[in-house]
Design a protein around this ligand. Structure first.
Ligand code: HGA
Length: 220
């Protein structure tokens, strides 16, 4: 079972995300990854096959510094366990997404997006969602609206957390058939697939309901 953690905060989020992933390790996973948007609105990503400890080592060598980020532990359903299939998935170099669940109509969406010029680097159903959101972002120029438009096209189960370097205060999340919780802090907000991941940073939670979509706005 996969795990999702995300944070938008006045402080650096890398340590919060790593600790959240460690707390989700008990669920089982094959790879782990993180994407963080830095102060210059650049999206940085690290992904490793194996343990969260391997990801922690990679990040120690090359820190992902920033106030907005998402992280994931993956249990493969579409595509082998590998670095290129590990989450977060990106569309271009600015949009990043983590996903729990399965997109049933991913193949038809993949074919459509390929025709529209998107290039795929993984075998996952998740990368389809990344490109679909990017396609709608180009139209709406707003991440919340782009996610809303994209999920209307999805069949299946998902919890999603999405960030875009053009909107460095916005963490957009949604759920359908897979759990997601928002953790409320002071000057910061968090999201996770299991509140256990967020206990070191908050004890105030809002549980998303089926079909909910939310945007968390930082105070920077
Ligand atoms: N379908 C995605 C996420 C898998 C998942 O949620 N596993 O529990 C993938 O294969 O990467």
């Amino acid at each position: 079972m996969c795990g999702i953690v995300g944070a938008v905060s006045e402080r650096d989020v890398q340590g919060i995300l790593l600790e959240g992933l460690r707390r989700l390790e008990y669920r089982g996973y094959d790879s782990a990854g993180m994407a963080v948007i830095d102060g210059g609105s650049v999206t940085h990503r690290a992904r490793e096959v194996g343990k969260v400890a391997s990801l922690a080592e990679a990040i120690e060598a090359n820190p992902l510094t920033g106030h907005l980020g998402i992280a994931h532990t993956r249990w493969a359903t579409h595509g082998e366990p590998s670095q290129i299939n590990a989450h977060p998935h990106m569309s271009g170099d600015r949009l990043a997404i983590v996903h729990n669940g399965i997109i049933e109509n991913y193949q038809e969406l993949r074919d459509e997006l390929k025709t529209d010029g998107f290039e795929f680097t993984s075998q996952t159903d998740t990368e389809v969602v990344a490109h679909l959101i990017e396609q709608y972002y180009r139209k709406h120029n707003n991440l919340y609206d782009a996610v809303k438009a994209a999920i209307a096209r999805l069949r299946g189960a998902y919890a999603l957390a999405v960030v875009h370097a053009d909107e460095p205060d916005h963490l957009v999340v949604c759920r359908e058939g897979s759990p997601l919780v928002i953790g409320v802090g002071i000057g910061e907000n968090f999201i996770a697939s299991d509140q256990l991941a967020l206990l070191p940073v908050t004890d105030r939670f809002m549980f998303l309901e089926e079909g909910d979509i939310a945007t968390s706005v930082g105070t920077r």
